[in-house]
Design a protein around this ligand. Sequence first.
Ligand code: HEM
Length: 480
Amino acid sequence: MALLLLLVAVLGVVLASSLLLRWNELRYSRRRGLPPGTMGWPHFGETTEFLKQGPSFMKQRRLRYGSLFRTHILGCPTVVCMEPELNRRTLASEGAGFVPGYPQSMLDILGPNNIAAVHGPLHRAMRGAMLALTRPHMIRAALLPKIDAFMRTHLHGWAGRRVDLQEMTKEMALLSALRQIAGISAGPLSDALKAELYTLVLGTFSLPINIPGTNYSKGLQVLFIACIPENIRTKKVELNEPSNSSSVCFSGKEEACGNAAADDRGTGGNEGTRAKLSDDQIIDLLITLIYSGYETVSTTSMMAVKYLSDNPKALGQIRKEHLDIRKAKSPEDALDWNDYKSMTFTKAVIYETLRLATVVNGLLRKTTQDVEMNGYVIPKGWRIYVYTREINYDPFLYPEPMVFNPWRWLETNLESHPHFMLFGGGARMCPGKEVGTVEIATFLHYFVTRYRWEEEGNNTISKFPRVAAPNGLHIRVQDY
Ligand code: HEM
């Protein structure tokens, strides 16, 4: 009797499971013309498999269904696109049926006006404000001197210490952004903001379940910028002062940027409209700025050092490049724009690091109407996961793709290849590309000219869903 009951129970579970699996299939897959694929469990879809298996989830499905397939991840019916040319076209089609499609938790926590939540004229206005801030003239005149001063201090006194490089590069990315945006230096205020930012980042990567104790709920409570209203207010006054070439223009008004706008006209810099942004929009933009540059810059800096440690030839060459720059300067002289422009090998190291330690696996878009892709019809409201990770390991584009080879960037102009998408593409191509590269290059400059180092302990690096050293990346640092 007991055996019979057990059998009935097992049969019941099997039947219920297959009905549940069928339910999601029926719910989404009745539409004609969908790409092949599976939809998994109701609500959860295939999220667990996707997060657990990461890149191999994608590769297995590509083998089975081709490079365009349907699934259900992160709470949404999704089409994953692994075809580089189609990905490029999708990113270039903002407004023609595609808008950003980032998870709700991210949009809720970063604010309703954050750049990933807006499109159309408001997106152009916010982007214009960002580009005014990050154009070459602004980097040269205003940002590089601040970044240089910050890196000198941040990298002071590491000799003789055991340092967790992951911790230090995270702190570096946050403090450098705070210094540039709000003039805040290391101290109790930046410590408080650091803790808030960690909570905010975790919240944006979580499921949107608003019950006390969840990462999402904690993320919603972060009053990040509210901690520094006075600084921001002061900054905005400063921002709107006309004819100060080193001030930062968020207003979108040409005259508010002083000479900067005129100098950079023709560089393709400001593609935004001249609409004025509200205070709330500016605040959400500031949060976005800090958030966007945080993990990208910190992780790439950490991984560049890791790859250089493992490749003495590359370390020798980058050190020579930076020692040559220092030879022409006194120790107090800051790096200038020409120094930065001469760092060709350093830039190759940064791009090779971005390629190999893929920080951005892909980009999310949402369809605003039924959209045709490769003969399939993707219904309105579905997500498109523009999965760019695999391009980084394409052996035709990058021979021996798993080898750290910065020289490949010097031999071929890979940056102008249509499938170069390390910084995205189309209307949302990263506006912080140059600032981020300048920050990492300046960090490397002071790090390799001042110090030598050795890894200590058992450092492991995980590559998916985020590149991180779960127990830190510990190094013993000595004067060079
Ligand atoms: C080197 C490190 C960086 C990498 C690899 C990187 C990568 C990217 C990528 C792939 C996108 C496209 C997102 C999409 O299409 O949905 C993007 C957008 C963006 N990035 Fe970066 N980024 C970096 C540094 C920065 C920095 C330092 C800042 C801020 C100063 C920044 C600010 C932004 C913003 C605001 C957007 C959104 C642009 C828009 O929606 O129009 N990024 N970034």
